[in-house]
Design a protein around this ligand. Structure first.
Ligand code: ADP
Ligand code: MG
Length: 683
């Protein structure tokens, strides 16, 4: 029975499947397999040819093989933790079946004495005797196993046999879907239909055949679907009509005249993008992306002033209080004196908080700075016209959509991020927004000198630090990252703190994950005000805070970090005029590969370039900020292997946008690949 063009079958839960009970369903649910469609992406890892039955005399050690045997005797030890054992044989020899953590009843059931049974599994030898431990496939019905079976990476509690049966059942019932791709696109994949592709995907002949047309087609489906959803969200936001804001040179000059530097070209260009959006009649939803220290804050503040001058209120949200405070202090300096702006802090007195809430409501306060607390329910704006979110990489597409709804139709939204990502990922991570990029660094910026040092040269490093401190500079000391344990991370930073404190008494502060937020902000604040010379920390040095006086960063166990992460850490220093240094420390001599990575870092100061290299070296899953970005984890598509498909999808999306092509025919694709409610909104 074929379900013609009916994708409901694929989206239904597993109760639709024969032979899948509650137990199996619960196990799969835990693995986030909720629908039949989800099951399709649990791919065969390798396959075992069960059709070839081997005689015991011909067995090969350490290979998965299938044998037909007769169980002769059980051995159920009374001692706990000893395995159950069954002595078996065929006409050519003997073998023991070993069962760990199994019940007697189970063993008796699957290996009844004196009846021929077919089992399969890896053969080992112990004290000169063949053994097979926890056989992966057991059948009394030999006709059932005369076929090739896929070996799926199994979920505890579901037998391989059952799993194969389930997949087989789904493949037999696959609905035939109308093709959603254009002719030209499809030709690229030699016209492989979705349906045929899925069947080929599960064919053991095709395991890991990434280059095959069917595989490429399925990868493209996935990329295209994710881009299309993002593009539709963006279109939808852009359709929202708003009152335009007035942009005048006045706001610009008011701020620029107080600065002792000129904007870079990229800053100017980004500001032009933002101004165009603000003054238009549709809602702005824009990302300002720029490397650490590229000068995003100024752009945010200039545009904020335009909005205020257009008689709207502005809210700026930062991830931490100290960062919110820094932005607030800068705005105090740059905005006209009579402008009423406030910082909403958890430390504010209650009376003060009440006043701020009141004055926001009656439009007395023009701009508010704070953490996510500024979006509490009790905070009501009189005429909110602009939301600015700093360092937003922790938000996913859906969270951003909620945010953009927050301020109402008249409210423009600007997100800022210092996490450069590779070009191919931009559409999947930020495709729901318009993007402005600041690539260029302010030209007074000196490049941070990057060195690598063996840990055994600690004395040299200490000498160097002494010299810098004497000159009044400050030092970040990032402690070894120990993958195995958070507790150890904490311990290693405490140890380093004690070690350094002996050498530099009263000059060292310590920051690690176990320190409460309030105290953390206090420590950072003191460091910012030069109460300490060295800040020892685990990786958590706040993103975004400007420490103009910090000049040196020392990163221990540097090989445990990704390049992008090292680059971000390095970006904490070198904001002032003095030459800054970054010292990467290593436990032992570097491997060729590690040297390659470090050289990339030494030779480039461009976060975008580094993120590309990082992705090539480590895969995209580990990229800093990518996981947190909420971007989809692709099932098949790989931004490195399938770069061409990402580019193709982007082109296709642009075409759809520009030619205003109806996307109704993509509905099944979107329904299947993006099962969230958002689809109901956009298609
Ligand atoms: P980020 O993009 O990381 O948020 P900031 O906005 O904090 O960077 O800017 C980092 C530092 O660079 C600040 O001290 C800021 O005053 C300074 N800055 C910004 N733009 C320029 C420029 N065009 N020329 C020189 N310095 C600049
Ligand atoms: Mg910043």
């Amino acid at each position: 029975m074929k379900n013609k063009n009916n994708y409901d079958y694929l989206l239904s839960d597993l109760t639709k499947l024969n032979g899948v009970g509650k137990k199996t369903m619960d196990i799969l649910k835990k693995k986030k397999v909720n629908t039949i469609f989800d099951l399709l992406w649990r791919l065969p890892k390798s396959y075992t040819d069960r059709s070839l039955v081997t005689k015991i005399s011909d067995l090969q050690i350490n290979k998965v093989q299938t044998i037909r045997i007769i169980p002769a005797k059980y051995q159920f030890p009374r001692v706990r933790n000893l395995p159950n054992r069954v002595n078996c044989s065929d006409e050519t020899g003997k073998i023991d079946c070993i069962f760990f953590h199994s019940y007697e009843g189970y063993v008796r059931k699957i290996l009844p004495l004196n009846q021929e049974v077919t089992i399969s599994g890896k053969i080992t030898s112990f004290k000169g005797k063949y053994q097979i431990t926890n056989p992966t496939y057991v059948s009394k019905d030999s006709s059932l196993i005369e076929t090739v079976h896929n070996k799926y990476s199994l979920t505890e509690g579901i037998t391989e046999k059952n799993y194969n049966k389930i997949i087989k059942q789904i493949l037999e019932n696959l609905p035939i879907l109308n093709e959603w791709h254009d002719k030209e696109i499809l030709e690229r994949f030699k016209n492989e239909s979705w349906n045929e592709s899925i069947i080929k995907l599960h064919d053991p002949e095709n395991i890991q055949n990434y280059k095959a047309n069917f595989y490429q087609r399925l990868a493209y489906d996935e990329i295209f679907a994710s881009f299309l959803v993002n593009s539709e969200i963006r279109k939808k936001i852009k359709k929202i009509k708003k009152t335009s804001k007035k942009i005048s040179d006045n706001s610009y000059n008011q701020i620029i005249n107080k600065l002792n530097f000129k904007l870079t070209n990229d800053q100017k260009k980004s500001l032009t993008d933002i101004n165009k959006d603000l003054s238009s009649n549709s809602k702005m939803f824009r990302l300002l992306q720029g490397d650490v220290g590229s000068g995003k804050t100024i752009i945010a503040l200039i545009s904020a002033l335009s909005v205020i001058n257009s008689n709207f209120q502005v809210a700026l949200m930062a991830p931490t209080e100290i960062l919110a405070r820094q932005h607030y202090t800068l705005a105090k300096k740059l905005f006209p004196e009579n402008l009423s702006i406030e910082l909403l802090s958890s430390k504010s007195e209650n009376l003060d908080k009440k006043r701020i809430i009141n004055e926001l409501k009656n439009n007395k306060i023009k701009m508010i700075f704070g953490t996510h607390a500024i979006f509490q329910k009790k905070i009501l704006f009189n005429k909110l016209g602009y939301i600015i979110i700093d360092e937003q990489h922790k938000f996913g597409v859906r969270q951003r959509k909620l945010l953009s709804d927050k301020g109402g139709d008249n409210c423009d939204v600007l997100l800022m991020s210092a996490t450069p990502i590779p070009r191919t990922l931009t559409m999947s991570v930020y495709g729901d927004m318009d993007v402005s990029i600041i690539r260029e660094k302010p030209n007074n910026r000196k490049e941070v000198k990057t060195y690598s040092k063996l840990e055994t040269k600690m004395d040299d490093v200490i000498k160097f630090v002494k010299k810098e401190i004497t000159e009044g500079n400050q030092v970040f000391w990032v402690c070894p990252l120990i993958e195995e344990s958070k507790k150890l991370d904490h311990q290693s930073s405490v140890n380093k703190y004690m070690y350094l404190n002996k050498i530099f008494p009263n000059k060292v502060a310590l920051l690690h994950g176990k320190i409460e937020n309030d105290e953390k902000e206090e420590i950072l604040y003191k460091f910012l005000n030069k109460k300490y010379s060295i800040l020892v920390s685990t990786t958590i040095i706040e993103v975004g805070i400007d420490f103009p006086n910090a000049n040196v960063i020392i990163i221990e166990n540097a090989n445990k970090f990704g390049l992008s992460q090292l680059h971000q850490l390095r970006g904490r220093v070198g904001r002032g005029n003095k030459q800054a240094s970054c010292i990467l420390m290593f436990k032992s001599n570097l491997s060729v590969n590690a040297k390659k990575r470090i050289n990339i870092l030494k030779n480039s100061n461009d976060g975008f370039e580094i993120s590309e290299e990082d992705m090539r070296l480590r895969g995209f899953g580990d990229l800093l900020g990518f996981k947190q970005s909420g971007a989809k984890n692709f099932r098949l598509a790989d931004p490195i292997q399938n770069e061409d498909l990402f580019i193709l999808a982007e082109k296709q999306i642009k075409k759809i946008e520009q030619e205003n092509i109806n996307i109704e025919k993509y509905r099944p694709l979107l329904k299947l690949y993006d099962q969230a409610d958002i689809i109901n909104d956009i298609v």
